[in-house]
Each structure stands twice: as C-alpha cells, then as structure tokens.
Ligand binder design. Structure first.
Ligand SMILES: *Cc1c(COP(=O)(O)O)cnc(C)c1O
Length: 342
C-alpha cells in the first residue's frame, strides 16, 4: 500500500464527477457564453456572499488577479512570511510592479497587531503605501491553521478605516468552514476579494474562483485575459467544480478527523514534534527537527514504508489528507510515522 500524502492537489476526479463533466452544456467563455461556467460563478458568488465571481484555471492566478485589482505599480501588499501569495507564486506580484513586505508567521495565525504595525496606509512621497493586506485561511505552510473569524474581522475593520483593501486567499476556506461551522460568507465578508480552490481537497481536476463586487470582477476578467487565462469551453471543468461543491464539502470532516488521529499518534511518542491541539484541519506539519531529524531523510524513510510526504523546511515534514486518502492509508500513517520517530 502507498499512502500519498504529499498534497491535496493529487486527487483524481471520481467517476460521478467525470460523468458530470461529460454531460455539461458548454459555450465559448471568452464570449461569456458558457452556461456551466456562469452557473459555477453564480453559485460560488452566492456561497461567499459576494456580488460576482470569476472562474480561473489556478489558485495562483486567482490570487494574483485579485491582488492586481487592489495594488498598482509601486504599491505594496503585505502578508505573513509563510503566505502562499508571497512564497509559492514565484514572485508573480512583481509582474504587476507590486512590492511585498511580511510579518513573522508562527503557525500562520493572524495577529492583528502585527498587521497594524506593518501597514502604511498612505506613505505619500516618503514611504511605499500599503494597498492590500492578504490573509490566508486555512493557512497552508502554517499547518492548515484556521484563522479565527474575530481576528479576520479586526483586520478587516482596521483596513476599512485605513482605506486599505483585503484579499483572502481561501484556497482551503472550505476546510476552515467545516472545521469551525462558521458560514463561508462570514469569513468572506472580511475581504474585498476572495479566492477559493476547487482542485485541492474538493477533488476537481482544475479550477479556482475569485469573488468580489461586480466592478472588481469585470476588471478581473480583463486581467485574466491579459495573462492568457481567457478560456473557451471551460464548462467541462466548471462542471467538475459544481459537482465538488455539491458532494465534497461535508466529507472534509473525514480528512480532518484522520489527520488529527495521526497527529495524536505521533504526539504520543514524540510530543515535541507536533501539538495535536493545533492540528485543526487536513494538514499535518511535523517538526522532526525538534527530534534532531533532517526532514528529507525522514520523508525518505517514511516513503520506504509506503507513507509519502513532502519536506517543507529543513526540519519540517508535511502530510496532507484528501479525497483519495482512506481509512487504511490513515492507519498505515498512524503506525509508520510514530515508529520512525520513537
Ligand atoms: C494551492 C494553494 C493556492 C493555489 O495554488 P495553485 O496550484 O496555483 O492552484 C493558493 N493558496 C494556497 C494557500 C494554496 O494552498
């Protein structure tokens, strides 16, 4: 058996998702004529409580188009130092002439005071002006951390007062919603633009959605085309997304439970490696460095026993639960990972 826990992007479409794709009515989306894309955009906008939405191929493109709506050449966006928009989108903000600064992240947990200290609402001719604060929920490299709603609300209020935009990288906002029971729209109300991924734990093969007000989304459509993201009969892909929204949100609770189970098994033999109390969703980050272990060696040893993860730092090993990881895979991880750390 091989439990592939490298990422929740590894999911393959289910048979019923493939059937939904085959049946989807389609049209040319650059002409605004794909009914399935339109339905997906309406559905996600409604779920997030925003006026409009735009379907894009990737989360990185959704984030970068979102940031471009708020920040122009010479402006800055600020985010925590582990944020996906800063760390894993290959400097795309630079394509728009946007600069970035960051605050220290810990587990990626949002600290409104740090945002307040870093933000320069109007730097005039003296300092770079902060155009946008980017928040990530759940936080990927932080270990699937859920941002508490109150902290997001505090940051949002602070930004409204200062005239600074908020972008929410909600690639895994579904997970935050399922873990807390907080409605998606309440999280999404804390931001001017919100991106969500259909291709992570939800299991669609491709696709992300950016939501915002109608004016913003109309401009986003222009940026997407400029970046080469104007696609045609994308309804085939939107159908997979609609299927995922209908069938694969509630089951994220299984991923969370399985991930937590393995966290507790590891903590029993190596409490310094993980605190199961902070493993809230589908991402398990093990600080194997705290046990004097090198992450790459640890990952290789686990892989030899059929449990595949990813090193995400010199002493950090990451394991992610998703649609294609079942009870047996989880039991294997529950046995192998603690044994390697004992
Ligand atoms: C995966 C991810 C994205 C988008 O990634 P793509 O691979 O470009 O779809 C954005 N933000 C976070 C936090 C992610 O984990």
């Amino acid at each position: 058996m091989r439990a592939d826990l490298r990422s929740d992007t590894l999911t393959a479409p289910t048979d019923s998702m493939r059937e939904a794709m085959v049946r989807a009515p389609v049209g040319d989306d650059v002409f605004g004529e794909d009914p399935t894309v339109a339905e997906l955009e309406r559905t996600v906008a409604q779920m997030l409580g925003h006026e409009a939405a735009l379907f894009l191929p990737t989360g990185s493109q959704a984030n970068q188009v979102g940031l471009r709506l708020h920040a122009g050449q010479g402006d800055e966006i600020i985010a925590d130092e582990l944020a996906h928009v800063l760390r894993a989108e290959l400097g795309a903000a630079a394509l728009g002439g946007i600069t970035t600064r960051s605050w220290p992240a810990g587990r990626g947990l949002l600290e409104p005071e740090q945002v307040r200290r870093l933000m320069v609402a109007d730097g005039g001719p003296y300092q770079v002006s902060t155009a946008c604060v980017a928040i990530e929920n759940t936080h990927n490299f932080g270990g699937g951390t859920v941002q508490p709603l109150e902290r997001m609300q505090q940051v949002h209020e602070m930004c409204v007062e200062a005239g600074v935009a908020v972008h929410l990288d909600g690639a895994r906002l579904w997970n935050a919603h399922v873990a807390t029971g907080v409605p998606l729209a309440r999280f999404a109300a804390c931001a001017d633009t919100v991106s969500v991924c259909l291709s992570k734990g939800l299991g669609a093969p491709v696709g992300s959605v950016l939501a915002g007000d109608s004016g913003a989304i109309a401009r986003a459509r222009v940026f997407r085309k400029r970046l080469g993201g104007g696609w045609r009969q994308a309804g085939l892909l939107a159908a997979a997304g609609l299927h995922a929204l209908e069938h694969h949100i509630d089951r994220l609770a299984d991923d969370h439970a399985r991930c937590g189970r393995v966290a507790r098994a590891v903590a029993e033999v190596a409490p310094e490696v993980v605190d199961p109390g902070v493993v809230e969703t589908n991402i398990l980050v093990l600080d194997v460095g705290a046990r004097g272990r090198d992450a790459t060696d640890f990952i290789a040893a686990a892989e030899r026993e059929g449990v595949v993860g990813l090193p995400t730092g010199p002493g950090l090993a990451r394991f992610v639960w998703h649609l294609d990881v079942d009870e047996d895979h989880t039991t294997l991880a529950e046995q192998v990972l603690p044994r390697l750390l004992a």
